[in-house]
Design a protein around this ligand. Structure first.
Ligand code: AMP
Ligand code: ZN
Length: 458
């Protein structure tokens, strides 16, 4: 089955064919680094990682570009308010540059813990100011901009197709919303360049043909994706909240400059919710991966939890769901370890079954179910192991390297294990089973592996 992906732009499942044979260009909107990522943000990056792994599973060489928004993302989508990083700097007393560096590195640490493959290219908005200025100059030359007292704005009324991605109803918007537009001519218009105000007061500001200032958030992504992937590439993705504003505006800019819709496919991941409320960074009430780790949770248990829900369905986070995922992952790891060394090639029929689920719009929940079925199948252990390890290239659970943590076994359990070893050698199977049950009742699971008996805490 060829890979099919749900394209938000067309609102339909489409067969994926890369623009350049054998290669795929992928741009994912990265974090705004004014705070730690919460586990909701990380769900989106797990979705992107899953997408990249599926492209690679299909033999494509992926150029994965992720930006770091370290300037220009305002506290309000309506182009008012301060820059989020500047605001954090004012609150914390640290410099805007230090804040961006601190949270960028925390973010990279989160990705590593979740076994998310590092992007091929990381790009920081503050390293691409010249490209953004050149982009705005071009839009200006084509007549898409106007100047107000606080910046240079994109004139969305010049564009027939504006808002197509979001199926925006412009008439409904104008009639339904009574907002203070300031000097903006239209509710959908957005800032390309914001003026500094009092010169020298901002920590992040640059010279431009329009005066001292800083770029808007949307132009960053149009300029950086163009630099690293070209003006029309395979896939652009992010969280579902980006459809209405950020991605609509990115498309508007690139459409105006190059006449393309920026990407052939637009993919969006649904939100992680807690008790049915969306988790948000700006509300300050959020859960970090680090907090879960401090509670003794393996970060990959969170990955396993996310694998269990399709990326286009919202996922409700709860401790109970996380515990269930942690125990599912433990069982999976123990079963895979118990298979011993891989032997031979992965089984082609099982690979095809697994790939069919991945290629059905990244159906990881069903792909995971196929992995469990494989473990229960009659295939020889060595082939099963080789096949599972191939599956794991898409699942990303790092099954090849997992080893049970060395547990200090209570002397009583150790004694039962030696008695059980003797019982097994003497083929007293029911005694061996009884000893295993005793250990289980004491909270330890004894498993027979090619390396001998192994016990783990339950
Ligand atoms: P931000 O750092 O706020 O720019 O967000 C980074 C990414 O996380 C974006 O792709 C957002 O769409 C995504 N995101 C924000 N909140 C959530 C959430 N609760 N669940 C899933 N993704 C989210
Ligand atoms: Zn973006």
């Amino acid at each position: 089955m060829t890979l099919h992906l749900y394209d938000t732009y067309e609102r339909s499942l489409r067969p994926f064919q890369s623009i350049e044979p054998g290669k795929a260009g992928l741009y994912a909107c990265g974090p705004t680094v004014y705070d730690y990522a919460h586990i909701g943000n990380l769900r989106t990056y797990l979705f992107v990682d899953g997408l990249r792994r599926v492209l690679e599973f299909n033999g494509l060489q992926v150029r994965h570009v992720m930006n770091i928004t370290d300037v220009g993302h305002l506290t309000s989508d309506a182009d008012s308010g301060d820059d989020k990083i500047a605001a954090k700097s004012a609150r914390s007393g640290k410099s805007a540059w230090d804040i961006a560096a601190e949270f960028t590195s925390a973010f990279e640490g989160d990705l590593q813990q979740l076994n998310i493959l590092p992007p091929t290219v990381w790009c920081r908005a503050t390293d691409h100011i010249a490209e953004q200025i050149a982009f705005i100059r071009d839009l200006e030359g084509k007549g898409y901009t106007y100047r107000t007292g606080d910046g240079i704005y994109f004139d969305t009324t010049r564009q027939e197709s504006y808002g197509r991605l979001a199926r925006l109803n412009r008439d409904g918007l104008q009639a339904g919303k009574r907002v203070d537009l300031g000097e903006k001519r239209d509710i959908c218009d957005f800032a390309l360049w914001k003026f500094s105000g009092v010169p020298g007061q901002r920590q992040m500001e640059w010279d431009s043909p329009w005066g001292l200032g800083f770029p808007g958030w949307h132009i960053e992504c149009s300029a950086m994706s163009e630099k690293h992937l070209g003006s029309y590439f395979d896939i652009h993705c992010g969280g579902e909240d980006h459809v209405a504003v950020h991605h609509s505006n990115e498309i508007a800019q690139t459409q105006a400059r190059h006449g393309t819709r920026l990407a052939n496919f637009w993919l969006h991941g649904a939100f992680l919710k807690t008790q049915d409320a969306k988790m948000s960074k700006s509300s300050g009430d959020f859960l970090r991966l680090h907090s879960l780790v401090q509670q003794g949770v393996d970060p990959l248990a969170y990955r396993y939890l996310c694998l269990g829900a399709h990326y286009r369905s919202s996922l409700n986070f709860s401790d109970k769901a996380l515990q269930a995922a942690a125990s599912g992952l433990s069982r999976l790891r123990a079963s895979v370890l118990g298979l011993g060394a891989p032997g031979g090639e992965p089984d082609a029929a099982w690979l095809a079954r697994f790939a069919a689920q991945l290629n059905d719009d990244l159906n990881f929940p069903r792909a995971l179910a196929v992995a469990w079925e494989l473990l229960k199948s009659e295939l020889p252990d060595g082939v099963k192991k080789a096949t599972m390890l191939r599956f794991d290239m898409a699942l990303g659970l790092d099954l090849a390297h997992w080893q049970p943590a060395a547990v200090t076994m209570p002397p009583q359990v150790q004694a039962w294990m030696s008695q059980r070893e003797a019982a097994r050698q003497e083929r007293r199977w029911s005694d061996a089973d009884q000893l295993r049950t005793l250990a289980r009742q004491a909270g330890y699971e004894i498993e027979d592996t090619p390396q001998g008996q192994q016990a783990r805490a339950l």
